[in-house]
Design a protein around this ligand. Sequence first.
Ligand SMILES: *[C@@H]1O[C@H](CO)[C@@H](O)[C@H](O)[C@H]1NC(C)=O
Ligand SMILES: *[C@@H]1O[C@H](CO)[C@@H](O)[C@H](O)[C@H]1NC(C)=O
Ligand SMILES: *[C@@H]1O[C@H](CO)[C@@H](O)[C@H](O)[C@H]1NC(C)=O
Ligand SMILES: *[C@@H]1O[C@H](CO)[C@@H](O)[C@H](O)[C@H]1NC(C)=O
Length: 278
Amino acid sequence: MAFGPRKMACALAVLVFGLCLGGARAATGRIDDGLEVMWGDGRGSVSPDGQVMTLSLDRTSGSGWRSKNTYLFARVDLQVKLVANNSAGTVTTCYFMSEGEWEIHDEVDLEFLGNVTGQPYTLHTNVFANGTGGKEQQFHLWFDPTTDFHTYSIVWTAQHILVLVDGTPIRETKNHADKGVAYPSSQRMRLYGSLWNADDWATQGGRVKTDWSRAPFVAQYRNFTAADAASEPAGYDQEMDATAQQAMKWARDNYMVYDYCQDGKRFPLGFPPECYMP
Ligand SMILES: *[C@@H]1O[C@H](CO)[C@@H](O)[C@H](O)[C@H]1NC(C)=O
Ligand SMILES: *[C@@H]1O[C@H](CO)[C@@H](O)[C@H](O)[C@H]1NC(C)=O
Ligand SMILES: *[C@@H]1O[C@H](CO)[C@@H](O)[C@H](O)[C@H]1NC(C)=O
Ligand SMILES: *[C@@H]1O[C@H](CO)[C@@H](O)[C@H](O)[C@H]1NC(C)=O
């Protein structure tokens, strides 16, 4: 991995997404101004100073939070520090989901699949629209996500859904509704986070199980910001410029480990239509 170009790509991406879009972000003082513990029977908590939301997982239960607001187009930024050391079998999430009927629900997923000590986390992403998902893309990260907080962002507008890691775009899902591909644009969504056990599938295809002797497992979230992308005069709706495209290409060339649009075994008769749309 070339350090120079990477640093430059990140810096440029921060310029594009941080400066251009940063102006109207509603920064919250306390994380519980924006998020509330939702489940886990005491396993989720906010630090007394309001800066950190902690989720934990033991053999009995995981835990989760949700945003107090719902959104119809938004940019959310959240810093996350993942379960350290042997996190195999654990899944830490941050996702948008609509609240209506499940059969037609919309969803944008970021799921961090744990691993044994020294092996990389997998960031699993997916988009559901009108009840249909199947748009999985997975990434390894270019840093250890357990030693420090890193910023994960979802930019959801009428034009596209962008996923960014520390300001670098890694995935763009464009709105091709005009060509018959369902896109989340009519249902409000809420943001959710959780830490739970999924050792039947999460790590190395389910072969590595959760080591409960290491419980409780802990993940932390801080600095949640949400901006209503629909009310933005400019920025959110624009197409990615050449610099952002280049940054995304770098991330995908080097760190994407699965793309449904390249899984020929899964789609022997041809990929889903959006895979052919620029
Ligand atoms: C992870 O391992 C390191 C080094 O062995 C240790 O210092 C640290 O306390 C461990 N962290 C957790 C959360 O177990
Ligand atoms: C959503 O899916 C349902 C079937 O589950 C279909 O009847 C409807 O037309 C779809 N709506 C859109 C906007 O694609
Ligand atoms: C865990 O590590 C293995 C070996 O490096 C890697 O193939 C896999 O993608 C990693 N992530 C998960 C979730 O299994
Ligand atoms: C909190 O998040 C905002 C928006 O992502 C960012 O500009 C700011 O630097 C973050 N603050 C800290 C202390 O990381």
